[in-house]
Write a new protein. Sequence first.
Length: 323
Amino acid sequence: MVDQYDSWLVGQGNNTAASGDLNELKHQTKAEPGQPGGAPASGAYVIDVTESTFQATVQTSATFPILLLLWTAKDDRLFDMARALGDAVNKLDGKIQLARIDVNDNPQIAQAFRVTAVPALFALVNGQPMMVAQPGVLTDDELQQVTDAAIPQIIKLAQQQGVTGTAPYSGDPEADRKAAEEAAEQVPPEHEEAHRLAQSGDYSGAAAAYAKVLEANPADALAARERSKALLLARSATADVREVRAAAAAHPDDVDAQLAVADIDMIGGQIQDAFDRLLDFLAAGHKADLEPVRKRLLEYFEIPEPTDERLKRARRRLATLMF
């Protein structure tokens, strides 16, 4: 968790609008995000972060910069601000990601940032948080300052630190919401324990539970995919991204260092980078390390959709390099 931050960029905000005690916010709506009367939905380059996924979000900020919005998704006074920030971020095609954190559902994150009033805006670059605006609803001028000036400055700062990756695109918000609802309704009974463990953050336990499902049914493609994701997160969800990348750069011939940084790429949604890193490692003459690289790639190959062109190209290239 974050335990300190530096103050940065935009002014005081309107602390009279929505900056009272977190438990005393009014203007509540019962509608879920994306529903009529509800907050704008996530999607495209806007994600919702929870305490169980926050550490992974911090890690991905070493790949691309992140704008953090600490808010409550049930307060209708915050919807226009969230929508404007989402629109500004989505227009930049992955140069930055907007990560929204509902402080009512995730109080530990609010405590880590010492936030007692919402909304609050932070930038996250290379794992380091910086305050973008003082807590409170921004005036129209302050919001424009964030979208027109602060966000480009965050991207520029990230580039100066070598953080030049592209955030993953998560698709149309409405389609994502429907898909998530369908997926939640369609968890097979034999997957329920593994799914529960993964949702709780016990990735090692989830991987073991999915392995048992595969023992009973080796053809269960969904279990294979979820097991690979759980193994990935169990290995590297808490890794220090900067240390991992520094080790890989310092030891280009060390297979473990390259496998570790490929994990970080996969967690950050940089699937092509992860594939290329390991395949380039083999192509550079490290055939003695073929087996651990092959095993890791086969694990990665379970994660994308079978029709993903990146997957098809990587499979072909691996087959070529093995002979």
